[in-house]
Design a binder for this molecule. Structure first.
Ligand code: GDP
Length: 529
């Protein structure tokens, strides 16, 4: 095998998703710990405290204890090169999560064992299902009183519409969480607590049917385990790797990220079952990740990630070939040759210049304002575009105004930049200027992030007036005379950044009215570009 192929084959790129507080950050940290990427887990008690998890970036995340941005972490473990894409846990950021999932080949879903499937898990899962990527479930917090494991599996099947297959099984829970039973090997991994947040937990491997286990875990749990072993073999879906890889069957593992119980077994199982980078669709057919020609697509853009570096980064997922620093590539949407400079790999707040990266990796490159989400970068000799990333229609709208007219320039720049990142969509009145801007967002928390970022990064204060609109339609036929449209009185005509005309409606009735009364009007739910 050539070095190049070997590098690609050892890549595993996955997103990690969960309801806030289920333990995603803790699990990620433990993965990093196993990979030797960090020396000691943050032992984050709460993000409001001074010691923060490595994957947290923005102040607001720390204040609110939620992840707003997604970060990318890379580490090596057991011969694999692993890229973890952390996703925002809050439901308001599902659009960002969706884009991140576009860059992943599989997903790890963390579920709190005492809570089961929570609202956010449901929504995120749908987003995963849209991508048909494999989903691996880690049922966390087994060191606390948890729901019955059968019930948890059933809940996942019922609520998320995917079959489950237990790869291992918990022995007890709460203070009595003794270990997991590994079904394939028919052995028990017993966990022995170690002091502090240091690396591995001590484990002991025993035969599941060995009588000596009785003494170690107690008669009751031993008997329970024997019963479970029988029950498990008769119940639940059979393990089928192909179905896992099609996203139809989710392998389930149990553990406790905080105490490190079951984290390494999960990581091993997961790596066993996931694939190296998969082919992706483009307008010239599937692109082979093992092709030596470099190609990538942009799935995230972010400005001012770090106050010390006032710049804008475009994050791209490499889908084929090898990246080398300063290489000349072709930006399909810009129809231009460009040099990829200042490429970074991000490890929380530390940025390292990358010299080379391979298919499956994520790199952030300096963006002078040329990239948009979904753009393709390829080699000049073989031009093509990857399938685009759909945008969600905004569901909440507000009028925002800058309170200090002296800061008009910063205000406009800030709002435009944040809109280009895809965090908000902005509209103006027909023929109106940028004094008052209508902002549309998918989740209301994005308004808060917008106000915070404008203040923090651009030193601008805004007032925000909520607007009652709920539906948005782009006007497809540009030649139509807008003045002559017969619209309900609460329908608003606006234009977007690209000068396209749109209508904002407060209710469905308004949309119907516009369609019924204006037979020539053609409305679309998505923008043309
Ligand atoms: P995230 O919001 O999903 O990233 O969740 P965090 O990793 O920040 O965890 C939320 C809280 O749950 C923190 O206080 C963690 O210390 C705690 N936690 C995480 N994993 C476990 C676990 O396995 N057991 C227990 N008891 N607590 C945990």
């Amino acid at each position: 095998m050539s070095d190049f192929i070997e590098e690609v084959k050892k890549r595993r790129t996955f997103a990690i998703i969960s309801h806030p507080d289920a333990g995603k950050t803790t699990l990620t940290e433990k993965f990093l710990l196993y990979g030797g990427a960090i020396q000691e887990a943050g032992m984050v008690k709460g993000k409001r405290q001074s010691k923060h998890a490595v994957s947290d970036w923005m102040e607001i995340e720390k204040q609110r204890g939620i992840s707003v941005t997604s970060s990318v972490l890379q580490f090596n473990y057991d011969g694999f090169c692993i890229n973890i894409l952390d996703t925002p846990g809050h439901q308001d950021f599902s659009e960002d999560t969706y884009r991140t999932l576009m860059a992943a080949d599989s997903a790890v879903m963390v579920i709190d064992g005492s809570k089961g499937v929570e609202d956010q898990t449901r929504k995120l899962f749908k987003v995963c299902a849209m991508r048909h990527i494999p989903i691996f479930t880690f049922i966390n917090k087994m060191d606390r009183e948890a729901k019955d494991p059968y019930e948890l599996m059933e809940e996942i099947e019922r609520e998320l519409g995917v079959e489950t297959c237990a790869v291992n099984w918990p022995i007890g829970c709460g203070k009595d969480f003794k270990g997991v039973y590994e079904r394939k090997k028919e052995e028990v991994i017993r966990f022995m607590p170690v002091q502090g947040g240091k690396k591995e937990v001590d484990v002991e491997i025993c035969d599941a049917h060995d009588e000596s286990l009785k003494e170690k875990i107690g008669d009751l749990l031993y008997q329970q385990l024997q019963d479970d072993i029988e029950l498990l073999d008769g119940a639940g879906a059979e393990f089928d790797l192909e179905r896992v890889q099609r996203g139809e069957l989710s392998p389930v593992c149990f553990g406790s990220a905080l105490t490190n119980f079951g984290v390494e077994p999960f990581l091993k199982h997961f790596l066993d079952m996931t694939t190296s980078p998969l082919p992706r669709n483009s307008n010239i057919g599937e692109i082979d990740p093992l092709s030596e020609d470099f190609s990538a697509f942009v799935f995230k853009i972010q400005a001012n990630m770090n106050k010390a570096h006032r710049d804008r980064m475009a994050f791209m997922r490499i889908c084929s070939g090898k990246f080398t620093k300063g290489m000349e590539v072709f930006h399909y949407q810009g129809n231009k040759k460009i040099k990829l400079n200042q490429s970074k790999q991000i490890m929380a707040e530390n940025r390292e210049e990358v010299e080379e990266a391979y298919s499956g990796d994520i790199i952030g490159v300096f963006d002078p304002g040329i990239f948009s989400i979904g753009d393709t970068i390829c080699m000049p000799k073989n031009k093509f575009a990857y399938e685009g990333i759909p945008t969600f229609a905004p569901e909440h709208f507000a009028m925002i105004r800058n309170t200090d007219t002296m800061k008009r320039k910063q205000f406009v720049k800030g709002v435009e930049q944040i809109a280009q990142e895809g965090a908000i969509q902005i509209f103006t009145e027909l023929g109106g200027g940028m004094e008052e801007i209508i902002v549309g967002v998918v989740g209301v928390l994005q308004f808060e992030v917008l106000a915070y970022r404008l203040k923090n990064e651009y030193n601008v204060d805004i007032v925000n007036t909520p607007l009652p609109y709920q539906y948005i339609r782009w006007i497809k036929n540009k030649e139509i005379d807008l003045k002559k449209l017969n619209l309900s009185s609460d329908t608003k005509k606006v234009q977007d950044l690209k000068g396209q005309y749109l209508l904002l409606f407060s209710n469905e009735w308004g949309v119907r009215w516009a369609n019924d009364k204006n037979p020539d009007l053609q409305l679309a739910e998505f923008s043309n570009n």
